[in-house]
Design a protein around this ligand. Sequence first.
Ligand SMILES: *Cc1c(COP(=O)(O)O)cnc(C)c1O
Length: 227
Amino acid sequence: MDVATNLEHVRQHIGQACANSNRDPEDITIIGVTKYVTIERAQEAIAAGVTHIGENRLEGFLDKYEYIQDDACWHFIGTLQSRKAKDVIDKADMIHSLDRMSLAKEIDKRATNPTQCLVQVNVSGEASKHGLSPDEVLPFIKKLENYKNIRVAGLMTMAPHIDDEERLRSFFRSLASLRNTVQAEQLPNAPCDYLSMGMSNDYHIAIEEGATHIRVGSSLVGSAETE
Ligand SMILES: *Cc1c(COP(=O)(O)O)cnc(C)c1O
């Protein structure tokens, strides 16, 4: 399927989820996750109107960034090794995977400007998932106070691959509630406005629970097999 058609479907679903939850579709940013596909397919997505691109691996990020950097806003959404952080900072408009102090130190040291970071949270508690446990989030963010180049723009989570909609909803709701807790502190370095949550199979639920950024790969640009 061409990206333009897929994008239309995604926008319809966003419209429906927003109608269900009394939200404005303008408040949802679609991040096209291009990790499964070629540079050409990423360019097709941009031509179709996708203005935000996400990659989860450093190589994929740099490969595509080299060709199409000026045409999109760039999101780094995968686990980032501290020693590789320097390759991403100043290229990525947003890093979604801040989950430890060593990475924060590295970003702070290497960045030339304040970097928009999302703190990754493991709301489901699955051992395979990266991210801080919900209890750790506020103390972590408070410790970032003197890190001038880190702006905590929001929180990010990856929900488990399950079909149980009510459980998925409860995870997204937990992240939204944690965001409210952080915002209530009014920390100067942590406006924490954003919630990056929801992927191809669950973004409609994430939007109903407050997502501001959805990360959509397979149902937008396709995976390598379906492209
Ligand atoms: C791959 C990936 C996505 C997109 O997944 P789809 O299910 O294909 O939409 C979103 N977020 C992260 C962190 C990913 O690694």
